[in-house]
Design a binder for this molecule. Structure first.
Ligand SMILES: Cc1cc2nc3c(=O)[nH]c(=O)nc-3n(C[C@H](O)[C@H](O)[C@H](O)COP(=O)(O)OP(=O)(O)OC[C@H]3O[C@@H](n4cnc5c(N)ncnc54)[C@H](O)[C@@H]3O)c2cc1C
Length: 441
């Protein structure tokens, strides 16, 4: 699904730029973020004019912490519908040639460094040259390139599955091509966004969103993360990263019928094509999940016994929390009596990319635009690390706190993007690049 952080009037979340500043430790380009906020309504209108229909959603149960008044938007038919609508428009130009199953692998340049085209590899494996006055790179991140993942993101990336099969085509050539002609980078090259998904699912993108309304345990039936520290969009990435790095890639979501009855049907738990495992006892559920029944019962009993008397309120950080656990759950700690579900993380997208200006022109390492070269979308770097102690386990928190006092390059880092903005960012800066390039022709 392509969730879009828009309010009822299709205005972009005014809090996003502040969130970006906070989670990037001040590194994210604030001018770029302001440009995004300013341009998004035009982008949305452009999509509407081209036949994209938007569903407006008022969220009644999940506390969003967006400044959109509990509102978000998604295109009817998902991101695919946007691509189809824009392709319909492109096809109508009689001077456009679309080359399918063709990979851009190298930029062609003139003697003065201006970009003059691309070298492509066709479906039969042969190379060819395509010349053009302007070149725009919009070929995603490097999720499909194990060598680059290992090199940039680091150890254990070989264990990650792709969350959607199409990501294998994002082979990192965009970044390589830019670097070869002297482009600067932006965003955390060692960062990525990943999510907890139902490993039983046969469909892509089977994200288990609602970790905040239950507990998440590791393969030893132990909790390892404060599941309720903030709203789900602020924590789904962090818990997935922690599962991947520190929990042997396995975690299990446990909740009860109070939560399931409240949220289903709906977008929070109906993302997977598999029914949750269910049992009338915690021990029975543990057996179905392949966990030690005694250990899971002990964890759930300890959790239930540690909860305070505050009322359970979904639309606020309600302070209904545990005391004395490690880690405590600081909000939405409702007792668990009848459980289902489990999940594991998969890779969604990378963060590092090329540095662009406000007109989507690729900047060189000397800070000037490389003539003829534009870039938009995931390939343009923006997202940075978050060095924030409250988002991580006690063990990791200790290490992070110790590292926060060190120079930036020596810090341990965790990564987050304020979500429901990537599609809008790609479209907005893609449109800006197209407009600028067209004017220059
Ligand atoms: C499962 C999933 C769920 C997501 N949910 C959301 C969401 O709810 N909201 C949101 O805002 N964002 C979401 N995102 C992120 C968002 O979809 C991406 O950040 C966004 O699509 C990036 O757009 P892009 O055009 O830069 O790259 P992509 O959409 O990845 O497109 C890149 C295209 O370039 C092609 N390509 C790659 N390399 C080459 C090459 N060398 N030559 C030619 N073609 C090439 C690829 O085949 C692909 O078609 C999600 C991502 C995933 C994977």
């Amino acid at each position: 699904m392509a969730y879009l952080r828009l309010d009822k009037d299709n205005q972009f979340d005014s809090g996003w730029k502040h969130e970006m500043k906070r989670v990037s430790d001040g590194l994210a380009d604030q001018e770029y973020c302001a440009q995004m906020e300013k341009e998004v309504p035009t982008t949305v209108q452009y999509l509407i004019d081209h036949g994209v229909k938007f569903n407006h959603h008022d969220e009644k149960d999940v506390f969003l912490e967006f400044e959109t008044d509990q509102h978000f938007v998604f295109p009817e038919g998902g991101g695919h519908a946007i691509i189809n609508a824009l392709f319909d428009k492109i096809r109508k130009f009689d001077n456009v040639t679309i080359l399918w199953e063709t990979q851009a692998e190298q930029l062609l340049t003139a003697e003065d460094g201006a970009v003059t085209g691309v070298k492509i590899r066709k479906a039969d494996g042969r190379m060819a040259k395509v010349h053009g006055k302007k070149v725009m790179l919009a070929c995603g991140g490097f999720e499909g390139n194990r060598e680059m993942l290992g090199r940039y993101v680091g150890p254990r990336t070989e264990h990650l599955e792709l969350i959607a099969p199409g990501l294998k085509y994002n082979t990192g050539f965009g970044l390589k091509m830019g670097l070869e002609v002297g482009a600067a980078t932006a965003g955390s090259l060692s960062g990525m966004h990943c999510e907890l998904v139902d490993i039983r699912a046969k469909k892509p993108d089977a994200v288990i969103w609602g970790h905040g309304y239950g507990i998440v345990v590791n393969e030893h039936s132990k909790r390892f993360y404060d599941e309720g520290q903030r709203h789900l969009f602020a924590t789904f990435e962090m818990i997935a990263l922690e599962t991947w790095r520190d929990q042997n890639q396995k975690s299990y979501f446990v909740t009860d019928s109070v939560i399931m009855d409240r949220f289903r049907p709906g977008w929070v738990y109906d993302t997977t094509d598999q029914e949750p495992e269910q049992s009338d006892t915690i021990e029975g559920l543990a057996e179905k999940l392949g966990l030690d029944p005694k250990e899971l019962k002990k964890t759930v009993d300890e959790f239930n016994a540690a909860i305070n008397d505050k009322p359970f309120e979904l639309l606020a950080l309600d302070g209904k929390r545990t005391h004395g656990l490690s880690p405590d759950k600081t909000n939405w700690a409702n007792p668990i009596s009848k459980p289902p579900y489990f999940g594991a993380p998969q890779l969604t997208f990378t963060y590092g990319g090329l540095k662009c200006d406000l007109d989507s022109r690729v900047l060189s390492t000397t800070g000037v635009p490389i003539p003829g070269l534009y870039c938009a979308g995931e390939l343009s770097g923006l997202f940075y690390n978050e060095c924030k102690s409250t988002y991580v386990s006690p063990r990791a928190r200790e290490a992070l706190l110790a590292s926060c006092s060190k120079p930036r390059e020596e810090r341990l880092t965790w990564f987050i993007d304020p979500p429901a903005t990537s599609v809008l960012r790609s479209l907005t800066f893609g449109r800006i690049a197209g407009r600028d390039a067209a004017q220059a022709l």
